[in-house]
Design a protein around this ligand. Structure first.
Ligand code: GDD
Ligand code: MG
Length: 192
């Protein structure tokens, strides 16, 4: 247990798209000694993610898009299957996820259920991610989705049988943390 954490110095190493900081801080160790350490934090704000599911069809809506960080780290095509997600900007998490759902998947949803929140990479990334689920039906489809044109998001929308999506975790075709957590939540709670 450490306590009395005190930030002594903040340096901005990069402030381009998101912000990379170098922080020097001190804390009180349990033996009473003050320790000084330096760590970097990557701040891209907070985010929200959602899994849309249909009880009758036993299907879920996922997206597929190119993710450069995965391409430079072993993902041959760079394409990643993910639950719909987006950064909060100035919205609250619920408004954000409704907006992102319509932009990325083309479904206009109203009732969303928050299930939990999680730090996804707490050793270096500040982001807190808010997790939601919601039921969808064909009637809620209002556009093709695909993401925001001017941001060149090029998002494909996938409708998959739930069991197929679960098997794609085991086969490593789905290897995005938030997506695995959401699919497992549905199974653990016997929602689908
Ligand atoms: N020009 C430019 N665009 C960038 C850069 N970095 C990111 N972007 C773009 O900024 C947009 C952000 O889209 P969102 O839908 O708001 O966020 P996201 O990238 O889908 O993030 C979501 O998923 C992440 C990965 O799982 C989550 O970490 C995050 O919380 C969020 O839920 C994307 O079009 C992305 O390509 C950059 O350096 N330059
Ligand atoms: Mg997104």
């Amino acid at each position: 247990m450490i306590k009395d954490v005190n930030i002594l110095k903040t340096e901005i190493l990069s402030d381009n798209w998101y912000v990379l900081r170098k922080l020097t801080y001190e804390y009180l160790r349990k033996d009473g000694k003050h320790i000084v350490q330096t760590r970097e934090t990557y701040d891209r704000g907070n985010g929200a993610t959602i899994l849309l599911y249909n009880l009758e069809q036993k299907t879920v809506i996922l997206t597929r898009q190119f993710r450069l960080p995965t391409f430079v780290n072993g993902n041959e095509t760079g394409m990643l299957i993910e639950a719909c997600a987006g950064l909060l900007d100035k919205d609250n998490p619920e408004d954000c996820i409704r907006r992102e759902t319509e932009e990325e998947t083309g479904y206009r949803i109203n009732h969303v259920q928050k299930i939990f929140e999680a730090y996804m990479s707490p050793g270096s990334v500040t982001e807190l991610l808010y997790f939601f689920i919601a039921e969808y039906s064909k009637l809620m489809k209002v556009t093709d989705g695909g993401g925001v044109e001017h941001e060149e998001e090029n998002i494909e929308v996938l409708e998959l049988p739930f069991d197929k999506a679960l098997s794609m975790i085991r086969s490593n075709e789905i290897k995005d943390g938030k997506t695995i957590m959401l699919l497992q939540h549905l199974r653990l709670n016997e929602l689908l």
